[in-house]
Design a binder for this molecule. Structure first.
Ligand code: ADP
Length: 537
């Protein structure tokens, strides 16, 4: 028997239209570079994104053309998130923390035709423009900032569009956006998302057992909109009609806490380094901010240390640990406790929450060794492989590396080393490149780091492999001490030795001022390995 269902395209246009009809009064709040607050509504957003869509088409943007953004998180960027794809263009979010040459390389590789850029990023953009060509440069600025030569003002540009222009019919397989990996390992590689992938990803983000984004939420993505689509939150929020708060360029702990409090934020998302800073600020002045009780903080991009999850619980705030990659749009797994956890001890519950959790619907996982799938026993490590409805099947061409990332039977190799347990819960022990090989044993740098970070005097810690004449490699811990605190290498060694096998304890603890970070706020371990490669043991 043939199915008798309608064929209905899963496109962003459908989500966008619905939001415009149902949530007109819901707020979209942005903080401007001068820290003033801009308040708009979904009705404004609906009109302005349609104007942008119309203006782009009138300016010659054709189906499939790339339009880049070089922007902080704010309402115009959200308008671009929708206005470009609903006009059949492809949204390309450029990472403003990369070197200008790298941004130019990526923009050229993606063949971006137009670009929307923040005026506060103009000095950076000028360096990019020297090496990449854009046909049209559209600048988002406040009225008191001058319009740079050769650019069009964003407000003037969207005014050339008519919100009444019909939106083009799209197929769910059409391209919606492109994102380049941040290059923590290797050269940046492009991933092109379809409408279908993002529509399904948004639905998944709304499930109570994943991120549970709802119209009752006020969501503040700290994660930049150029980092894996701010983890899909802008799309998911508009789908459900959540109030959206966009923080602009000011991402210091006090600035964020202030915004959480003022806008009654119920959910925020960012990498661990952001949350460590916020936790320290809260610990220093626990009574200063009146935050929403049980506010959820989605932590991903790197492992959330257990001590951080415990630390936020003390303030009545709940860490939701999630794993994903640019190649997985990015939501892959989320760590929420199941019903059996009711019978567990506190320690067991925290240990579970520090794992990366179980796969979302439409995402499948397996862990592989050279000999095939590893047992789901929670201890045997293997490389995580993934397939699913929003997993990349290839990189944007031309791409001379990365073909070996897909297996012959159609799975994507993540480069993450994990254990899987009988309940399907994933624990990331490392990235393949960061594992430490000591005398035939593998040491998980993540496990050791997360223990060290639990010491009250430690602000940040990264553990790396350093060549060793006898053991091949040995772990070295690079530690940043909290302001005003002191601790010795001996004290740290004793602190971790209680919880680790002897061979896992770092041979050296070196104190440094700051851990170098990648463009998305993760530890840049390759730089540390280079710095300490000649360490004398
Ligand atoms: P890049 O590869 O440049 O860092 P991504 O942002 O796509 O760019 O990073 C994906 C990687 O981040 C994953 O493969 C994994 O190593 C790491 N990661 C993401 N979330 C987590 C998490 N919750 N715990 C540990 N590692 C994570």
């Amino acid at each position: 028997m043939q199915p008798t269902m309608m064929r209905y395209e899963l496109t962003l246009t459908s989500l966008f239209r619905r939001a415009g009809e149902l949530y007109a009064g819901t707020e979209i709040v942005s903080r401007n570079p001068d820290k003033s607050i801009d308040r708009k509504t979904y009705a404004d957003f609906d009109r302005r994104a349609r104007q942008l869509a119309s203006a782009l088409r009138r300016a010659g943007m054709n189906k499939g053309d790339r339009v880049a953004t070089l922007c902080w998180n704010h309402h115009a960027h959200l308008e671009a998130y929708f206005g470009i794809p609903i006009a059949a263009g492809v949204l390309h979010t450029l990472n403003l923390r990369l070197h200008p040459d790298e941004i130019a390389f990526i923009a050229t590789h993606a063949r971006d035709r137009f670009i929307i850029v923040d005026s506060v990023l103009w000095p950076l953009f000028e360096k990019v423009r020297a090496k990449a060509h854009f046909e049209k440069v559209i600048v988002v600025r406040s009225a008191d900032q001058p319009l740079p030569g050769g650019a069009v003002d964003y407000e003037a540009f969207i005014a050339t569009g008519d919100p009444g222009d019909p939106l083009p019919a799209l197929s769910e397989d059409d391209a919606l956006g492109v994102c380049y990996t941040s290059g923590t390992t290797g050269k940046p590689k492009g991933v092109c998302y379809s409408h279908r992938a993002i529509a399904l990803h948004s639905l998944a983000a709304g499930l109570a057992d994943t991120l549970g984004v709802s119209r009752r939420d006020t969501v503040l993505p700290v994660v930049p909109m150029f980092h894996a689509n701010a983890w899909g939150l802008p799309f998911a929020c508009v789908m459900v009609g959540a109030k959206i708060v966009l923080p602009g360029p000011h991402l210091g702990a006090a600035d964020l806490l202030d915004l959480f409090e003022r806008e009654r934020v119920t959910m925020a998302a960012g990498v661990p380094t952001i949350w460590l800073g916020i936790l320290q600020a809260l610990d220093a002045e626990p009574a200063r901010y009146a935050l929403t009780r049980e506010m959820r903080m989605v932590v991903g991009g790197a492992a959330a240390p257990e001590s951080m999850i415990r630390g936020f619980d003390k303030h009545g705030l709940r860490v939701v640990h999630a794993w994903g990659m640019t190649e997985t749009a990015p939501l892959g797994t989320v760590s929420n406790l199941g019903p059996d956890a009711d019978a567990w001890s506190d320690d067991e519950r925290y240990a579970q929450r520090a794992k990366q959790g179980i796969a979302s619907p439409f995402i499948e996982l397996r862990a592989m060794s050279d000999r095939g799938p590893v047992p789901r026993d929670g201890t045997t490590p293997g490389e995580l492989e993934v397939r699913g409805a929003w997993v990349a099947a290839s990189y944007v061409e031309p791409c001379d590396e990365g073909a070996d990332k897909w297996t012959d039977d159609g799975w994507f190799r993540t480069g993450d080393v994990v254990t899987l347990d009988a309940s399907g819960c994933v624990k990331i022990t490392d990235r393949t490149k960061d594992l430490i090989k000591s005398g035939g044993e593998w040491i998980s740098s993540v496990d050791v780091e997360n223990l060290i970070i639990g010491h009250p005097a430690v602000k940040e810690a990264a553990v790396i492999a350093v060549p060793h004449p006898k053991w091949d490699e040995r772990p070295l811990a690079a530690v940043v001490v909290k302001e005003g605190a002191t601790v010795t290498a001996e004290a740290l060694r004793a602190f971790v030795a209680a919880k680790l096998a002897k061979y896992q304890v770092p041979d050296a603890f070196v104190f440094i001022d700051a851990i170098p970070k990648t463009s998305t706020g993760k530890f840049q371990k390759s730089e540390l390995r280079e710095r300490f490669k000649n360490h004398v043991w």
